[in-house]
Design a protein around this ligand. Structure first.
Ligand code: PBG
Length: 347
């Protein structure tokens, strides 16, 4: 049968007539891919500068910005270079800035005191950003203790060395108040303590900070892809965060985390990391009544950067495709270390 239908085979004339008839009415999706103008017209997903948020690091006691070796092109900023980079990002049209603070090693302690000190590096940085670009973009703060604790965990420790959830909530509230006072408009609750959104919301409201919002890390997984970030913030962590961050094996659990954060008052919810968790992002986007963000993290940045440096992939194409994929999976907002550069390309 099959042999007969080959060119020159006995059944060829009949076969050709049949497939010609089929082709006459055949569906041709390629019509909509023919020209750049046609592709632009029918594109389902957009990528715009306003949808991008730039995570930034400000380090205490730096005179000059210091490049992070595992994240070429990303810097620990001095107060001066922070202002300049923020102004450049805003000039490119980015939607927001998410600031992380890097204290001097000698200023770290068991409870992360510098996180809530008004003159701690993160709070000083927030004041500088608010002064420099406030109103032109959204100033966000990382609300987590790990950069400030000498043990590197996201919370305070109990006597047995475990991370004490409820004692940590008190510290998060103190940190949140200091950040709101320093001008932060959205607080990124990245510590994965139970009840963190509710505790911070109640603390902010009680202090009159009713307009300070919460960007809740609803789903945050324990990930090997955070590696370069640990260098970026000079992390002191020994061990891992598996008793508070989620297990990569779990999907349903993220919907539980989403529901809790919504009930506790999250204004925006986030999924992190992004690229290995696009299914989670889609689940959250399908269920969330509030805007959804995704964080393209340090290891994702490092992978594409390293492969591009070796000439193994096209850098710009890979960056834009990765961002578009994250948007397509359901993110309204994407945190990415390429925010400024991508915004320049897009505008
Ligand atoms: C911790 C925190 C981490 C990141 C943001 N906040 C790392 C971690 O949980 O260990 C990672 C960001 C990145 O990798 O780009 N509060």
């Amino acid at each position: 049968m099959i042999r007969a239908n080959r060119p020159g085979g006995a059944w060829e004339p009949g076969f050709r007539a049949a497939y010609r008839a089929f082709m006459t009415g055949m569906d041709r999706p390629r019509r909509l891919r023919r020209t750049p103008a046609m592709r632009r017209l029918v594109a389902e997903t957009t990528l715009e500068p306003r949808q991008l948020v730039l995570p930034m690091f400000v380090a205490d006691g730096l005179a000059e910005p210091r490049e992070i070796s595992s994240m070429p092109g990303v810097y620990q900023h001095s107060m001066d270079s922070l202002r300049k980079a923020a102004a450049e990002a805003v000039g490119a049209g980015v939607g927001g800035l998410m600031l992380f603070g890097v204290p001097r090693p000698e200023d770290k302690d068991a409870v992360g005191s510098q996180a809530s000190a008004p003159d701690g590096i993160l709070n000083r940085g927030l004041r500088a950003l608010t002064e420099e670009v406030g109103g032109d973009t959204v100033v966000m703060a990382d609300t987590c203790l790990d950069e400030f604790t000498d043990h590197g965990h996201c919370g305070v420790l109990a006597g047995d060395g475990s991370v004490d959830n409820d004692a940590t909530l008190d510290r998060y509230v103190e940190m949140a108040l200091a950040q709101a006072e320093a001008g932060a408009e959205l607080l990124g609750t990245s510590g994965m303590m139970d009840g963190q959104v509710g505790a911070i919301r109640a603390g902010l409201d009680a202090a009159g900070h009713i307009d300070t919002g919460i960007l809740a890390y609803a789903a945050k997984y324990a990930s090997a892809f955070y590696g370069p970030f640990r260098e970026a913030v000079g992390s002191s962590l020994q061990g891992d965060r598996r008793t508070y961050q989620q297990d990569a094996a779990n999907r349903r659990e993220s919907l539980r985390e989403l529901e809790l954060d919504l009930a506790e008052g999250a204004d925006i919810v986030m999924v992190k990391p992004a690229m290995s968790y696009l299914d989670i992002l889609r689940d959250v986007a399908d269920h969330s009544p509030v805007p959804v963000a995704a964080y393209q993290i340090s290891g994702e940045y490092a992978m594409i950067t390293a492969a591009a440096e070796r000439g193994w992939i096209d850098r710009r194409g890979a960056i834009l495709e990765s961002l578009l994929g994250i948007r397509r999976a359901g993110a309204d907002i994407v945190l990415t270390y390429w925010a400024t550069e991508a915004a320049h390309w897009l505008s």
